[in-house]
Design a protein around this ligand. Structure first.
Ligand code: ARG
Length: 463
């Protein structure tokens, strides 16, 4: 008979067992479930709601179940419905009568909310460690490349020269914002709902604060209806995860482009590349492509849970059991993507020689040419037109701006003199953009220092 079978005359249909059972995926919460039960039982005994002997039997039983589950010695049959019932049924099998007292003053509704919060808090901490690792890698790579010129793009057309250090720091900014979002998800999860009961709290003198503290949770929920029906803390994580995957997908897209022969900016390490079964020359950037592709599933996970929660009346509804698979999938996907992407990036080599050469070829110094003319007294509109004509001439001749002879330049404007070659070098173009947030090496170094300080200010949580 089911643990809740008292008012039923018939067993559940087999199809029904399979349909509503969540144990196939929620058994992953066994550690959290057992930790929550041990704290709950300890509190019940302290409050005189159960006896010390019962509590000790319960604790011993739960400890042995934990050991057996860790060792993979326990099965999770669909008839057990969910992890909460499985643990309780094993406990009663092992310790008898005291096991039946464990659920005093508790509902599976506040129990599952607690389990998910403990799990989500741990997940946020793990994710923060992974994002931090990527941020630290970006800082050290950026530091090594503050002087290395590369073409900067808008519309994927060469626009103005920047440095590789500046480029990498753009990604640092994105991932450091992600880190703050995961910190927010961590704080959101760090609350104990136990004592909310099924929806209306409990008529026992439960010490909610004691349970929270025993479980390392900072606060307790302040409304029992909300306590059992809130899944915002999962959505906070999923939203942060979606944005983080979006950032990864943009970086990946550029890794794919940059490792093509057409760009030639990035050489992936063999250990993170694959070959083709047919084309012997191929070296494919599979990691970057797969991470880019997996972004879709994480968005899907967010959309799934938002949709599950949409319009749900208070308080707990069985719909909410659907929170788990999406959440677990997003967690697994993101952690895997962050880990492998960081390893791939750490082992890849940016071809700074190729980047510098391409920055010279593609007219990315055209704005600086116009600025040069302006400095010589030409109105900006005219300077823009003259430079445009120069570019057209170069395209026709198959030359770069810096390839032009002094007398060719003179045909377009009398103000050009020999200092133009220095002024249009990509190094000069970059150095000229010496304002906060700009690509001049001094500014990038300042951004790196600020980045390090930011990382120091974000808490590191034990995972
Ligand atoms: N397996 C359920 C879930 O994941 C646990 C809570 C069940 N509560 C209930 N009243 N049926 O949501």
């Amino acid at each position: 008979m089911k643990l809740w079978g008292g008012r039923f005359q018939k067993n559940t249909d087999h199809e029904m067992d399979d349909f509503h059972s969540s144990i196939g995926f929620d058994h992953r919460l066994f550690r959290e479930d057992i930790a929550g039960s041990r704290a709950h039982a300890q509190m019940l005994a302290r409050q005189g709601i159960i006896s010390q002997e019962d509590q000790q039997a319960i604790d011993r039983g739960l400890a042995s179940i934990l050991t057996d589950m860790e060792a993979g010695r326990i099965d999770f049959p669909p008839e057990s419905e969910d992890i909460h019932m499985r643990v309780e049924e094993l406990l009663t099998e092992r310790v008898g009568e005291p096991g039946k007292r464990l659920h005093t003053g508790r509902s599976r509704n506040d129990q599952v909310a607690l389990d998910m919060r403990l799990y989500a808090k741990e997940t946020a901490a793990e994710t923060m460690a992974a994002v931090r690792r990527l941020c630290e890698l970006l800082l050290s790579m950026a530091e090594a490349h503050v002087h290395d010129i590369m073409p900067g793009y808008t519309h994927l057309q060469q626009a103005q020269p920047i440095t590789l250090g500046h480029y990498l720091m753009a990604y640092f900014q994105m991932f450091s914002r992600d880190l703050l979002r995961f910190e927010n998800a961590y704080q959101a999860a760090d609350v104990s709902p136990l004592g909310s009961g099924a929806l209306a709290g409990a008529a026992y003198p439960l010490d909610r604060a004691f349970v929270a503290e025993a479980l390392g949770l900072s606060r307790i929920t302040l409304n029992s209806l909300d306590g059992v029906s809130d899944r915002d803390f999962l959505l906070d994580y999923l939203a942060a995860a979606s944005i983080c995957m979006m950032h990864l997908s943009r970086f990946c897209e550029e890794c794919v482009l940059y490792s093509s022969a057409e760009f030639g900016f990035l050489a992936m390490d063999d250990s993170f590349s694959t070959g083709s079964s047919m084309m012997p020359q191929k070296k494919n950037p599979d990691v970057a492509e797969l991470v880019r592709g997996k972004t879709g599933r994480v968005y899907g996970d967010l959309t799934a849970l938002l949709t599950v929660m949409k319009s749900l009346p208070l308080a707990y509804n069985k719909d909410m059991q659907e929170d788990k698979e999406s959440y677990f999938d997003a967690r697994d996907t993101l952690l895997q993507c962050l880990g492998i992407f960081t390893d791939m990036l750490a082992s890849a080599t940016y071809r700074t020689d190729v980047m510098r050469r391409k920055a010279n070829l593609g007219f990315s110094n055209a704005t600086d040419c116009a600025d040069y003319l302006v400095r010589k007294g030409v109105p900006f509109r005219d300077a823009h037109r003259i430079t445009g004509e120069l570019v057209a001439y170069c395209l026709d001749q198959g030359k770069a701006l810096l390839d032009l002879e002094a007398e060719e330049l003179a045909r377009f404007s009398p103000v050009f003199s020999d200092d133009v070659y220095e002024a249009l070098s990509p190094e000069a173009c970059v150095a000229a953009r010496d304002i906060p947030g700009g690509p001049a090496p001094r500014q990038v170094l300042a951004a790196i220092e600020a980045g390090k300080a930011l990382l120091r200010s974000i808490p590191v949580h034990e995972a």
